[in-house]
Design a protein. Structure first.
Lengths: 134, 389
């Protein structure tokens, strides 16, 4: 079972964009800065003229934890799993994680890129994974 | 501040109180009044956390109070413990009330547990759903399995470990030094939940990992019970025949992204605004070197190194050396959490942390230090300095 936001949230732009496959950030149409979590007011220039723009998907790992203890029955068959804090190049931070089954060697400060993982038609999550070296 | 704590009272710490939170609150309030030598009708102010399930109305009605001239609420749980003291003090200094009780009652083990996701999640058909807009366990973090405060603390810990490049072994030695030292304090404390459980550094290192890099002994105890603290003006305290402890300075603060759970704060290896220490020590006209003993809200052991560095007791990155060399021990430079802390005594959302500071200044601690000043902080949201009257 997946944990998901309530329908009242999934109908909002942040989650709708993800369900359509892309990470968008709440951004100010006047000064251009991005914010997260979304807010009606730009915290930089105090304009209410805010909207949405696609994120570059590039970020760095601020912190992470391998969760070994399931704090809810729905997570019993998911441990161990990895949660992360990611600093995006737009200057915002997102809570994220590493997709189940992916073998990674994490280090604070390493570059990551967004991988939107579709759960179903209504719901997708912005995971961040190590950048592949080609 | 020109106020004093003149009474502390509590129920026992337990994992199953068998009583309602209202009853626990009332027991603690009556116990604190007895300690202060006051009657029920002397109370004319109340301060509570918004997270408490009991209300001012329930307390007033149960006590049969003829009047309550001031009631204040302070947001969040433990993080604003010193802020509640600041609020009570401000109310007294402003003349809104003359005797304020700050209390907290919780069945946090036998009732709703802060360490469990059930507090936040609901099952709706085939889905497990989160409706909570703010951390801990909000809609942006819950789907990744970040649900409870203890997991946030693991993120601060990993951030610190990565920022200062500490090895797994060095990091475990640092936090183990907090957990083992505090367990030793608890072993001398008849009130402590873990008074009979000894712990060695090997026990710590071999303990179950909960959320890397934190082990089970890095976490506070989910506890049932209640505590209450009575405050009056310093002037009035001097006229009473009580063991008073003075509030020298108390403050609360929020910086961008810092509350409720620091997920969006600029730094995750440092949890207070840069100037918070200077403001606090400035108000008390002191410096960190003047402090004799410290009480640091240890929801996890990680809060201890962070607070030591954030408030300038030691330099940035020096916590490992300070703690592993016994700096927090009874004969160290700064004995810390001499009751055993939230890790080993029990967890009344910081009120028992304040109470141990009061006991140190009254000469009643199970691990007594010759203390004239106590520093006390609740992570990044509030802090205070208390002094012997």
């Amino acid at each position: 079972m997946n944990i998901r936001p309530g329908k009242e949230f999934l109908s909002q732009p942040y989650w709708r964009h993800l369900a359509e496959g892309t990470l968008h950030l709440n951004s100010c149409n006047d000064c251009g800065s991005s914010h997260h979590p979304p807010s009606p007011l730009c915290p930089k220039c105090h304009s209410f003229n805010t909207g949405w723009k696609p994120a570059s998907g590039k970020g760095t790992l601020n912190s992470f934890s391998v969760i070994r203890h399931a704090v809810h029955p729905s997570l019993a068959d998911k441990v161990p799993y990895i949660i992360t804090l990611v600093d995006l190049e737009e200057g915002v931070r997102l809570v994220s994680g590493i997709p189940a089954g992916m073998d990674v060697d994490l280090e604070v400060g390493m570059p990551l890129e967004c991988k939107v993982v579709k759960i179903d038609d209504e719901f997708a999550l912005p995971y961040f994974v190590p950048v592949e070296n080609d | 501040m020109k106020t004093s704590i003149i009474g502390i009272g509590q129920t026992e710490f337990s994992t199953h109180s068998g009583r309602s939170e209202l009853q626990l609150a009332l027991e603690a309030i009556l116990s604190a009044l007895k300690d202060a030598g006051l009657e029920v009708n002397d109370i004319d102010g109340l301060v509570r956390y918004t997270w408490d399930n009991t209300t001012e109305a329930a307390i007033v009605n149960a006590l049969g109070l003829p009047r309550l001239k001031y009631y204040g609420e302070t947001e969040f749980g433990g993080v604003n413990c010193c802020g509640a003291i600041a609020q009570a003090s401000a109310a007294i200094e402003a003349g809104l009330a003359s005797c304020v009780v700050f209390y907290r009652a919780l069945n946090a083990r036998s009732g709703v547990r802060f360490g469990r996701g059930e507090r936040i999640l609901v099952e709706e058909g085939e889905h497990v759903v989160c409706h909570q807009p703010e951390p801990p366990g909000d809609i942006y973090s819950a789907p990744f399995g970040l649900l409870v405060p203890g997991q946030h603390h693991a993120l601060y810990a990993q951030s610190y470990k990565g920022h200062y490049g500490l090895s797994d072994d060095a990091f475990a030695h640092m936090l183990g030094s907090v957990a083992v030292t505090q367990r030793g304090y608890a072993n001398n404390n008849p009130r402590a939940l873990l008074r009979d459980k000894k712990m060695t550094m090997d026990d710590y290192r071999n303990a179950r990992v909960i959320s890397e890099p934190l082990r089970i002994f890095d976490y506070c105890l989910e506890t049932d019970g209640a505590m209450a603290i009575v405050l009056v003006s310093r002037e009035r305290a001097r006229q009473m025949n009580v063991k008073a402890v003075d509030i020298l300075a108390a403050e609360q603060y929020i910086h961008p992204g810092s509350v409720p759970m620091f997920l969006y704060a600029k730094k995750t290896y440092s949890l207070v605004p840069e100037e918070a220490g200077d403001i606090l020590f400035g108000k008390a006209q002191m410096s960190p070197s003047d402090i004799d003993v410290a009480m640091i809200y240890d929801a996890t052991s990680m809060m201890v190194p962070l607070a030591l560095e954030d408030f300038g007791f030691i330099g940035r990155g020096e916590a490992h050396d300070f703690l592993t060399s016994g700096g927090n021990a009874i004969d160290g430079n700064l004995p810390i959490n001499t009751h055993g802390g939230l890790l080993s005594e029990g967890y009344f959302h910081g009120l028992n942390t304040i109470a141990e500071g009061v006991r140190q200044l009254r000469g009643e601690s199970p691990n007594q230090v010759d203390a004239e000043t106590v520093f006390m902080t609740l992570r990044g949201a509030s802090s205070m300095i208390m002094g012997r009257a």
